[in-house]
Design a protein around this ligand. Structure first.
Ligand code: SF4
Ligand code: SF4
Length: 299
């Protein structure tokens, strides 16, 4: 078995749903401060790993019933348990073959320090895990800026591993998952997704593009401060006086998210599944009827 096949086999056995390989030249057009070399000086290959969000954990937010499955599985479990385990397994395997590899987890706090030598970049270095997914041939970017794959649409979290092993790169994805339907933007409670693809970048001979997501507008509903989209807020709730449930999520899962990708994940999934733009079919549709908004008398 080739080194590349062995790496992919280990990744899948350790829990990755998607594995792709990018050669380092796929990052030739990357901005200097977002190049894999800002993290590791000798990268030859970048391994992209995708782990699915559980469909049911999103479905029960769509139903307005249950938030902790998504907060536990998609944030704490994927980021803090599965990714370190999976990345370490591959890293140790490559190390035993004489290669040095660096696991890139999610989330990470970047560019916090000072360069240690003239002309250097600020540690910690940063790469975009969505771009890594594109470079490794696993998919493309949606209008929403989310990474979309033919297997899961927007429903995965990406991780990466930089290595000085020369692995066989996968071809770039040549299809399209996103059809610019605009449903993500329409259903986004923060009005954070413009309808125009104004950001472009090139990898090899393929141009990838997405809308300029307004992260500030996303943040407010994402972490649950819009009373129309959070059943947990009380009239006197504020960042200084958060709901008990947010404190519990933060304590139990070290994270809280409340929007649950109403537009950018759930509505996008529904559109892609209904129109046959992803490979799988499911018994229960993601969105049934109108999506909920909490009326004023219930707030
Ligand atoms: S909802 Fe439509 S426009 Fe938005 S990312 Fe998904 S497929 Fe693309
Ligand atoms: S997480 Fe929610 S608020 Fe943020 S972009 Fe997605 S749909 Fe909009």
């Amino acid at each position: 078995m080739s080194l590349t096949s062995e790496v992919k086999k280990i990744a899948r056995k350790a829990g990755a749903d998607l594995v792709g390989i990018a050669s380092i030249d796929r990052f030739d057009n990357a901005p200097a401060d977002l190049h894999p070399r800002t993290i590791f000086g000798h990268p030859e290959s970048v391994i992209a790993l995708g782990c699915r969000h559980l469909r049911g954990s999103l479905k029960v937010i769509e139903e307005g019933n249950y938030w902790q499955a998504y907060n536990c599985d998609s944030y704490q479990y994927l980021n803090e348990i599965l990714a370190p385990h999976m990345l370490r397994k591959i890293t140790v395997f490559l190390e035993d073959q004489g290669y040095t590899s660096v696991p890139i987890h999610n989330p990470f706090s970047s560019h916090q320090g000072r360069p240690v030598r003239p002309g250097g970049t600020r540690p910690d270095g940063l790469i975009s895990l969505r771009v890594v997914g594109c470079a490794a041939g696993l998919g493309e970017l949606g209008l929403s800026k989310l990474f979309l794959t033919p297997q899961f649409g927007p429903r995965q979290r990406m991780f990466a591993l930089l290595t000085d092993a020369v692995l066989d790169p996968d071809p770039l994805f040549t299809g399209s998952v996103c059809d610019n339907c605009g449903q993500c933007a329409k259903a986004c409670p923060g009005d954070a997704i413009p309808l125009e693809r104004s950001v472009e970048f090139k990898i090899g001979d393929r141009v990838f593009s997405h809308a300029l997501l307004d992260c500030e507008k996303c943040r407010y509903p994402h972490i649950g401060w819009d009373p129309c989209y959070s059943p947990f807020l009380k009239p006197d709730s504020s960042p200084d006086n958060p709901p008990e449930y947010y404190k519990w999520l933060d304590t139990r899962f070290r994270h809280h998210t409340i929007c649950g990708g109403r537009g950018c994940i759930r509505m996008c999934m529904d559109h892609l599944e209904r129109t046959g733009r992803i490979e799988k079919r499911y018994q229960t549709p993601m969105v049934e009827g109108e999506q909920w908004i909490i009326e004023e008398e219930l707030r």
